[in-house]
Design a protein around this ligand. Structure first.
Ligand SMILES: N[C@@H](CCC[C@H](N)C(=O)O)C(=O)O
Length: 301
């Protein structure tokens, strides 16, 4: 293996994250490397968060985000917390400013180890989410799945949290829906020209809800931070909750919650939750060949 970089296998509430240190290099983690890493049970992941040298004044790093199918994502809330934890452990610093293709993100690690990320402002314009069809009100768009006269899921709230989301409101346990079946149909529905992350949300009180997400480019994951933010914003926008909610991410491992505030004063969405380091290794960003620190264990390719 040549030209390797350090990476950490991390857990963002069940979201499987690889944080890859690409600082000081001009190249990128290739889609082929991402697909190869995801094909190995030991390194399979939902997102790669590749840390690059900063491109803009006042930022600490540029973060390139890849889904497990090799496609690019514009935002990843759970992965951003993992990046903060990795850089905080390395530098002793607590506050960071990142740039992604979607804009600037500020984040801070708290004394109790939880991490808050300012995910920026939600976007509701139909052509910026984007949707293929004009909707004056994207808080309830015409889209349904299942029998026409008795749809299983219908009328989602659509928005962008840097990346496209559709939130379907359900009134029973989110685990009781066959999201593995409906997810791919909805992710790739013609309504979403750039595909979409698909979330089921059950509001359980004016300050709490449970979510479950089929992620664009990654499929059924155990948690999705930007989806949790989108569900919180959409719930407040439609009068289902207030602007501060606790999200029980239905499949989170270990069970955990995210706190989301859609801040009134500046319209920004603040997500707070945990991140967990699992193990470290080195990988080749062009091929995905990898090895684990402290063992002879290595990717088979
Ligand atoms: N798991 C992420 C979201 C990942 C990006 C998504 N799959 C996309 O393509 O938009 C999160 O925690 O936000």
């Amino acid at each position: 293996m040549s030209a390797t970089v350090e990476f950490a296998r991390m857990n963002g509430l069940g979201n499987k994250i690889l944080v890859v240190d690409m600082r000081g290099r001009p190249d990128k983690v290739t889609p082929a490397a991402a697909i190869a890493l995801n094909a190995d049970p030991q390194t399979e992941f939902d997102q790669i968060m590749a840390i690059h040298d900063p491109k803009a004044d006042g930022t600490d790093a540029f973060i390139d985000i890849l889904n497990s199918d090799g496609s690019k994502a514009q935002a990843c809330g759970n992965g951003t917390r993992c990046v903060v934890q990795a850089l905080a452990a390395e530098t002793g610093r607590k506050a960071f400013t990142f740039q992604t293709v979607a804009g600037i993100l500020n984040a801070v690690e708290h004394e109790d180890g939880t991490i808050s990320v300012d995910m920026g402002r939600p976007v509701f314009d139909w052509d910026k989410i984007p949707l293929v069809e004009e909707f004056h009100d994207t808080s309830r768009i015409e889209l349904q799945i299942g029998p026409i006269d008795n749809p299983v899921l219908h009328s989602p709230s659509a928005m962008s949290m840097g990346n496209p989301h559709a939130i379907f409101w359900v009134d029973r346990d989110v685990m009781s829906y066959d999201l593995a079946r409906f997810g791919p149909l909805l992710e790739n529905h013609p309504m979403f020209p750039e595909r979409a992350n698909i979330t089921l949300a059950q509001v359980t009180s004016p300050t709490s809800m449970t979510t479950r997400t089929w992620e664009r480019g990654a499929g059924l994951t155990l948690a999705c931070g930007s989806a949790a933010c989108s569900a919180a914003v959409s719930a407040a926008r439609t009068g289902r909750t207030g602007r501060m909610v606790t999200i029980n991410v239905a499949s989170a491992k270990p069970p955990a919650t995210l706190s989301i505030e859609w801040r009134e004063r500046d319209d920004h969405v603040i997500m707070t939750g945990p991140a967990e380091w699992k193990w470290s290794g080195r990988l080749d960003p062009s091929t995905g060949l990898w090895s684990r620190d402290g063992t002879q264990e290595a990717g088979a390719r």
